[in-house]
Structure formats: structure tokens, C-alpha cells
Design a protein around this ligand. Structure first.
Ligand SMILES: Cc1ncc(C[n+]2csc(CCOP(=O)(O)OP(=O)(O)O)c2C)c(N)n1
Length: 327
């Protein structure tokens, strides 16, 4: 762990840990419910990327904006989407964040700043610019974070968005969660840049590269980028290095990830490492266990809430779609 001046204090670290555990337990619950046939959805695992997202979202204010992707449950939970409504939306139920009409790939919850979740790779970046322009015009002081993977940095929209954000000094953070694989494609197979952060230079933009699995380093980089944007200096491209501990989606056996690479990543699992670090800060084992079991209860209750909720009435499919509501 790095010990730097702008490091998060003990209270902030506990906040990050709490969010990371929520993500971790939710991810495991989704897997077990899908695997046992209780939930029939396409699921993009986030195990391994918990700390990165928890640290980034802790550096934001509740009304800051977030745009994320299909692999976004870590971002959404860390940003504060109520877990019961998130779970219900995943299950397509009327109590979901979008009344069951969006599903896992379209989680939207403006009350917690989650404005868009998209399944179209790279498409979130220009949308984030739009949100940032609105903040700039209104002078509301909000910062927008847009999350995407390493593969998305090869899409045209990435390059257009970085150029525009730099020209207009938009209050936006481009957070590339570099997990070294795009769908089933290794980084070096599809990405020309040695480091994604180097692409910031081409757009005369501030760039920062960080070990996203280190909560202290990740929080510091996140906070600096947030302060920079909020103070009117413009965007930052953050490349956070991480790893996903499973295939692209649940059911993908990840055979294309070299076994030794997977083993090394699991050996460096950020969750137990973070836990040990907190114990070293004189946080007691009893306090951590209590925190973890409290979160497990919330996750279990959210899953049950989703299962017990009704599916939307068929009329819902026609509501909120056209400007004029149909009778
Ligand atoms: C425009 C577009 N092209 C292709 C796809 C199919 N696709 C879905 S996810 C994905 C890989 C994206 O990888 P990356 O950006 O690294 O994100 P990760 O899944 O690793 O988080 C691809 C190619 C898509 N959804 N949208």
C-alpha cells in the first residue's frame, strides 16, 4: 500500500471497504442465484474490480453523475443505487430502478447520480460529455465519471469524446478499468497503445495511471481528478489497472486467460489484502466481521425482495417510451 500525503484517512478507508464488501457479496449472490436457476439473466462478473470502483465513488459527492456499462454493478452499488431496487431491476420486476423495463444492462437511477448504463461499448463517453456540458452551463459544480474497459479505448467514440472534453475543459473523468481483457481478447491483441494513459497526451489532457486494486492509491488519484474537474481545470483520463477473476460473462470458462496469470491475480486478490491492511490500522476483527455480516444481510434481503416483487403489468411496456403517454 502506498503512503502518500493525499491518502484517505481511516474513516474514508472504512467507507471504501464497506462499499467494496457490498459489491463483493452482491456479485457472489448473483452468481449463486443464476447458477442455481433462480435468476435467468446475462451477468457480467465484477469480482476482482471491487476496490477500484469503491474508491472512485467514495471520492465523489452523492449528486455527481455516473455513466457505466453492462459490467457496472460494482459502479452502481458503489455510487449508491439502493440495493433492493437494483436487484429488482436485474430480475425485471416492477419495483426495480426502471420498473423492470431496463434490466441489468440499463440501470438508471438519477437520485443517486447513475444517469446511464449502456451495453454499447464506448457509447457512454459522449453521453458523459453531454452531462458535463450541462453542469458547465448550469454552473452546478457536478463532476461526471464515465467507466469503461480497455477494449472501449479502441472505439471511435472514445477518441471523439476525449478531444471534445479537452477542448471544452469539461468536468468529466474518463475512468478506464483496464482488466487486461476485452470480451475474449487479450489487451495486446487489440490495443496499439502500450499504456492506455498515454492516449491522454494526444488530446492534451491530464492523465493518471494507477493500480486500481490499491485502495489508497486509487482513492488519491480519484480525488485529485475530481478536485481538478470541480475546480474548472477540465478532464482527466484515469487508467486503473485491475483484473477480472472470471470470464467475460457468467458461463464463459475463461480458457483464453493463461492459468498462471489468473493464479497470480487471485494470489493478489485486493479484498483480503484490504482487510488485512485495515486490521493493521487497529480496526478490530470483530468490527470487520460485524460490518461484513450486516452487508450480507442487506444483500440477502435485496435478493428476496426482488424474488417476491411482481413483474410489471404489460401496460408498462408502453409507458415512459413515447413523449405522449398512451392510454
Ligand atoms: C459497439 C460494440 N461493439 C462490440 C460489442 C460486443 N462487446 C460487448 S463487451 C465487449 C468487450 C469490451 O471490453 P472492454 O471495453 O475491455 O470491457 P470489459 O468487458 O473488459 O469490462 C464487446 C466487444 C458491443 N457491445 N458494442
Amino acid at each position: 500500500m502506498t503512503e502518500l500525503e493525499a491518502s484517505p484517512n481511516r474513516e474514508t478507508l472504512l467507507e471504501i471497504y464497506q462499499r467494496a464488501v457490498m459489491i463483493n457479496r452482491a456479485d457472489m449472490k448473483f452468481r449463486s442465484m443464476i447458477s442455481s436457476g433462480k435468476l435467468a439473466i446475462v451477468y457480467y462478473p465484477v469480482r476482482g474490480q471491487e476496490v477500484l470502483s469503491a474508491a472512485m465513488m467514495t471520492a465523489l459527492e452523492p449528486d455527481d453523475y455516473l455513466v457505466t456499462t453492462y459490467r457496472g454493478v460494482h459502479d452502481q452499488l458503489a455510487k449508491g443505487v439502493p440495493i433492493k431496487n437494483l436487484w429488482a431491476e436485474f430480475a425485471g420486476k416492477a419495483t426495480g430502478t426502471c420498473k423492470g423495463k431496463g434490466g441489468p444492462m440499463h440501470i438508471t437511477h438519477p437520485e443517486s447520480g447513475v444517469m446511464v448504463t449502456t451495453g454499447i461499448v464506448g457509447s457512454g463517453l459522449p453521453i458523459a460529455n453531454g452531462l458535463a456540458i450541462s453542469s458547465q452551463l448550469r454552473g452546478d459544480g457536478r463532476v461526471t465519471v464515465v467507466c469503461f474497459g480497455d477494449g472501449a479505448s479502441n472505439i471511435g467514440a472514445f477518441h471523439e469524446a476525449l478531444n471534445m472534453a479537452s477542448v471544452s475543459k469539461l468536468p468529466v473523468i474518463f475512468l478506464c478499468q483496464n482488466n487486461l481483457f476485452a470480451e475474449h481478447t487479450a489487451y495486446s491483441f487489440g490495443t496499439s497503445a502500450k499504456e492506455i494513459v498515454d492516449r491522454a497526451t494526444g488530446y492534451n489532457m491530464r492523465g493518471a495511471q494507477v493500480n486500481g486494486n490499491d485502495p489508497i492509491a486509487m482513492y488519491r488519484v480519484a480525488k485529485e481528478a475530481v478536485d481538478y474537474a470541480r475546480d474548472g481545470h477540465g478532464p482527466t483520463l484515469v487508467e486503473a489497472k485491475t483484473f477480472r477473476f472470471s470470464g467475460h460473462l457468467l458461463g464463459d470458462d475463461s480458457h483464453y486467460i493463461p492459468a498462471e496469470m489468473m493464479a497470480a491475480a487471485k494470489q493478489a486478490d485486493p479484498m483480503p489484502a484490504f482487510r488485512s491492511y485495515l486490521l493493521g490500522l487497529q480496526v478490530s476483527e470483530a468490527d470487520l466481521t460485524q460490518l461484513e455480516s450486516g452487508i450480507q444481510t442487506l444483500v440477502d434481503e435485496a435478493a428476496q425482495f426482488a424474488m417476491d416483487s411482481d413483474y410489471p403489468d404489460v401496460i408498462e411496456s408502453r409507458r415512459d417510451v413515447l413523449a405522449e403517454e398512451l392510454p
